[in-house]
Design a binder for this molecule. Structure first.
Ligand code: RP5
Length: 171
């Protein structure tokens, strides 16, 4: 799979104000060489456009949708209602309620319409990309190898930090 090939992940967000956080998703997908497309559409401000996006996602070749929204964050849910693709919701941190509003309105889906919900904000945006890559990697051995290497690097970085801290306490 190359970055120039057809997008397999859709990154969707409710507003351009979500972009600083959702850029983390894009950067992580780029790191793994997973091609993606980006769309802004709103569950409440542009419901028809949102419905059209969700209904046409499969025919455009997408395999996973990552949806960031904040506040009354219904975007992931309404997209999940209109597609059989796996939908990963990323709750935005909000200034008024710290993102608890986004989290609850993304995660508390009724039975029958699943949304896989990540942590609030940047960690969630990063994890959404990794999770999407893991889904795609179930039928892409080269991508699975990149994900294994990423996890090994994570483990190495913890060991390196531990050694650094030990050295600081020894002096
Ligand atoms: C949601 O409302 C968006 O996802 C955004 O997080 C939030 C606020 O949007 P703006 O008023 O900043 O455009 O639809």
């Amino acid at each position: 799979m190359t970055e120039n090939s057809r997008p397999v992940v859709g990154i969707v967000m409710g507003s351009d104000t979500d972009l600083p956080v959702m850029t983390e998703t894009a950067q992580m997908l780029k790191k793994f060489g997973v091609p993606f497309e980006v769309e802004i559409t709103s569950a409440h401000r542009s419901p028809a456009r949102t419905s059209e996006y969700a209904r046409t996602a499969i025919e455009r070749g997408l395999k996973v949708l990552i949806v960031g929204a904040g506040g009354a964050a219904h975007l992931a849910g309404v997209i999940a209602a209109e597609t059989t693709l796996p939908v990963i919701g990323v709750p935005m941190a909000t200034t008024t309620l710290g993102g608890l509003d986004s989290l609850l309105s993304t995660v508390q889906m009724p039975g029958g319409v699943p949304v896989a919900c990540t942590a609030i904000g940047k960690p969630g945006a990063i994890n959404a990309a990794i999770f999407a890559a893991e889904i795609i990697a179930t039928s892409d051995p080269a991508l699975a190898a990149k994900l294994r290497e990423y996890k090994e690097q994570l483990a190495r970085s913890v060991a390196e930090k531990s050694e650094k801290v030990k050295r600081e306490f020894q002096t």
